[in-house]
Design a binder for this molecule. Structure first.
Ligand SMILES: [Zn+2]
Length: 132
């Protein structure tokens, strides 16, 4: 794992324990993620992150709005996957970034408990995942 990922992980853990973001944490996240962090913050501010949880398993996936006027929504896992174009292009292909703004928004919203919580049956969640 890269040092940046470990640093980011430590910051997220701190935010999760206090449910707030200090100025120091903000500058660290900004240093690590740059413009993508600003974009993620805007998404969280407009309540653009849903956490869709299956019951009874508790497994979940995030659904995050994009910033374009069409307001597409992307399914993503905060740590490892997003269905958006940037994830495949900038992260998987070119390896230039750690994660996309949707993943960041998901992580930030989860850490601050700012997600819109949606409960579905496990069957419905499985169906959703099978379409990714
Ligand atoms: Zn994305």
């Amino acid at each position: 794992m890269s040092a940046s990922i470990l640093v980011a992980e430590a910051v997220w853990k701190d935010i999760e324990s206090t449910r707030s973001v200090s100025n120091d944490q903000l500058s660290t996240l900004h240093f690590l993620f740059g413009k993508n962090f600003e974009r993620a913050t805007r998404i969280v501010d407009q309540r653009g992150v849903k956490r869709i949880s299956g019951e009874p398993s508790g497994r979940f996936i995030f659904q995050v709005v994009g910033e374009s006027r069409r307001k597409e929504e992307y399914f993503c896992f905060a740590e490892c996957y997003c269905a958006c174009y940037s994830f495949f292009y900038d992260i998987v292909n070119r390896g230039e970034q750690l994660c996309c703004k949707h993943q960041l928004a998901a992580r930030l919203a989860a850490s601050l408990e700012a997600c819109i919580e949606v409960k579905v049956s496990d069957e419905k969640l499985a169906l959703l995942l099978s379409k990714l």
